[in-house]
Write a protein of this length. Structure first.
Length: 134
């Protein structure tokens, strides 16, 4: 059911420092920061040959990243995103399998303008999983 790894998202305490590190130290193609008010984050997309990295930084008071950074002040991997062909079929299969879908269970439009869902980390070995329909 799942396809390619679309991205790995890393919550960072200093977005400029993290972007500079990926650009200068790791030599990656780093894009300009992008505010995503609907998701409570500012994102820097990093393009790798086989996938993307997203650096996440809190935007606004109710950012979902805020609590994560309080628990992980040095930053950390926040979620991984797998591609699916049909997000509603994937959701129905997951729910039938006993996995918990976060929020209302209806896909939201994600940072790439495509429908996404998040799955409860406790059901996936402690890893928050995002599914994106591509
Ligand atoms: Co994501």
């Amino acid at each position: 059911m799942i396809g390619r790894l679309n991205h790995v998202a890393i919550a960072v305490p200093d977005l400029t420092a993290a972007a500079d590190q990926y650009r200068n130290t790791l030599g990656a193609k780093v894009n300009a920061p992008q505010d995503e008010p609907d998701h409570g984050v500012t994102v820097v997309f990093i393009e790798l040959p086989n996938t993307k990295i997203e650096l996440l930084y809190p935007l606004g008071e109710n950012s979902p990243i805020k609590g994560f950074l309080e628990k992980n002040p040095a930053g950390g991997i926040h979620h991984i995103c797998y591609e699916v062909d049909d997000i509603l079929a994937a959701r129905d299969h997951l729910i039938a399998s006993g996995a918990r879908v976060l929020g209302t269970g209806d896909p939201k439009i994600g940072a790439h303008g495509k429908p996404v869902l998040f799955l409860h980390p406790k059901d996936f070995n402690g890893c928050l999983v995002e599914l994106e329909q591509v």
